[in-house]
Design a protein around this ligand. Structure first.
Ligand SMILES: *Cc1c(COP(=O)(O)O)cnc(C)c1O
Length: 389
């Protein structure tokens, strides 16, 4: 579905995606495989479009968070390996096998269930074992006193009929931070992970083909953790400090236009609650971009949008569908002009910091009424609107 409006849209620069992918490939070197993390609609960028591009570029694997997300890719013609990072109900095992989707196994009970289902339907389910080395979320608990039991449990899962243990992975809790304590914590998680792998492989008498742990922070900053495969998400989309560190480009730019310009006398209240009052004659623009599009209301009266003449401050409360920007010092900016909310000229990291959040949340919250416009070789190649029409 195409949007008929030039209201607010997210430009997805597939050339930047390609650039980032190739740059990360170069950074990890030829012996390391690449998982493109495309959960949450590829962090708001469109999982089908991003996956098509990654498939074309020769990425090795995709990772999603649920079977629904995996099926979305299969139904849309993505044939490369897909790993589901979270739980899938056992009733879905037949479907996982039929569609060639790899499932994470996080504990003994699930390994048993998946094995029984796979045997019952006469197939083999490909699995990756998840090890909890300190994230304290999903995975076989292997810290301290749990080490022997954890290793035993993993060996048991890998020996069950109907399961093919292709990989083993863990997830870092602090790899994105670079104070000494975080670095030590990450190193501790990595060491525990390698000990678990050694213990399991020795008992099994064979090696896993895919051992992986590096998320964005570790892919960028801890090359010794790359192992067989890396799993960067945010890095691929060119956001955050690690993307800056590697010279990557933001893939998404959030754009809108000036829909109306009015000039108010001093003493005029602007928007709900009158939290902003003009203190001089003020030329104010209205942009059709509000919190229902993903513009966090806590940025009211604080954030600035990029115009062709520089940054225009947001005045008054951000509304559901609109926000006001001060154009007094930008006489050349007028109705119809393009405005960048975040992107190459208005870094999302600044917006995230000001909103008290992280770039992840901002790109994931771009709402479905915001059309995605895909750009390749400098031209618009497709537009997608996610409304039910
Ligand atoms: C989301 C996720 C990633 C990617 O995280 P980034 O910080 O975006 O690189 C990697 N591994 C797992 C298990 C995840 O859930």
């Amino acid at each position: 579905m195409e949007s008929t409006l030039r209201r607010a849209w997210a430009e997805i620069d597939l050339d930047a995606l390609t650039y980032n992918y190739e740059k990360i490939r170069k950074h990890i070197g030829p012996g390391v495989k690449f998982v493109g993390v495309v959960k949450a609609d590829a962090y708001g960028h469109g999982s089908v479009q991003v996956s098509e591009k990654l498939q074309e570029l020769g990425a090795d694997y995709l990772a999603v968070s649920s079977i629904d997300e995996a099926m979305e890719l299969r139904v849309n013609g993505i044939s490369m390996p897909i790993l589901i990072l979270s739980h899938t109900p056992k009733e879905q095992v037949e479907r996982l096998i039929r569609y060639g989707i790899t499932q994470t196994v996080t504990c003994e009970a699930k390994a048993e269930e998946y094995s029984a289902e796979a045997v019952a339907c006469g197939g083999v389910l490909k699995i990756h074992i998840k090890v909890d080395t300190g994230m304290s979320r999903l995975g076989y608990l292997c810290e301290g006193d749990h080490f022997e039991g954890g290793v035993e449990g993993i060996v048991h899962a890998c020996s069950l009929p109907g399961l093919e243990a292709e990989g083993i992975f863990t997830h870092f809790a602090m790899a994105d931070e670079h104070d000494v304590a975080s670095e030590q914590y990450t190193q501790g998680q990595f060491e525990l992970f390698t000990q678990v792998i050694d213990g399991v492989e020795e008992k099994l008498g064979r090696e896993f083909s895919l051992r992986h742990c590096a998320n964005t922070g570790a892919t960028a900053a801890y090359p010794h953790t790359h192992m067989d495969m890396v799993r960067p998400g945010l890095l691929l989309y060119g956001c955050g400090e690690h993307a800056r560190m590697l010279g990557l480009k933001p893939v998404m730019s959030m754009k809108t236009t000036v829909s109306t310009v009015k000039t108010y006398a001093a003493g005029t209240h602007v928007s709900y609650g009158g939290v902003f009052t003009t203190d001089h004659r003020t030329r104010m623009g209205v942009v059709p971009y509000g919190y229902a599009d993903g513009f966090m209301r806590c940025l009211s009266n604080r954030y600035s949008l990029m115009t062709k003449e520089g940054l225009a401050p947001v005045r008054g409360r951000i509304c559901m569908d609109m926000a006001m920007i001060d154009l007094t010092d930008m006489p050349g900016v007028d109705v119809g002009d393009e405005i960048e909310v975040f992107g190459a000229r208005n870094p999302i990291e600044v917006m995230a910091e000001m909103a008290g959040t992280i770039p992840y949340e901002l790109i994931c919250m771009v709402s479905k009424r915001v059309p995605r416009v895909y750009i390749e070789h400098g031209e618009v190649v497709s537009r997608e609107l996610l409304l039910r029409m």
